[in-house]
Design a protein around this ligand. Structure first.
Ligand code: SF4
Length: 115
């Protein structure tokens, strides 16, 4: 039996998943989908920052454009930590294309003008 909290909406149902993957405690079907995915292939949005040169701030917030497998987060962070970009940057600009061959880009979370 595994216990977890569904994060698919703000209600946060307390879920229980039996060894044969029967989900209880969910108030809607999304909870079952969340619980099964969380056990079989957990996915996460990754947020971080990269160094930016020539901008008002020294670091630019970035994130994955969509979720990536949870087990790739550390390798993803290693790639992000090596990136240096130059201002200006627009929100949504691709910072790393197809990170770790996931098909997901790392994108800028905000715009940042030149100094
Ligand atoms: S099971 Fe449905 S209602 Fe409950 S937290 Fe998940 S999405 Fe929300």
């Amino acid at each position: 039996m595994r216990k977890m909290i569904c994060i698919a909406c703000p209600i946060g149902c307390h879920l229980e998943v039996s060894d044969d993957l029967i989900v209880t405690g969910n108030q809607c079907p999304k909870g079952e989908t969340y619980a099964i995915n969380e056990l079989k292939n957990p996915m996460r949005i990754v947020t971080s920052t990269v160094v930016i040169e020539g901008a008002i701030h020294k670091r630019l917030p970035v994130r994955t454009a969509s979720e990536i497998p949870k087990n790739l987060i550390m390798d993803c962070m290693k790639q992000i930590n090596h990136v240096v970009v130059k201002a200006p940057v627009k929100m949504g600009d691709v910072i790393i294309k197809n990170v770790l061959n996931t098909g997901v880009d790392i994108i800028a979370s905000r715009s940042m003008k030149k100094l």
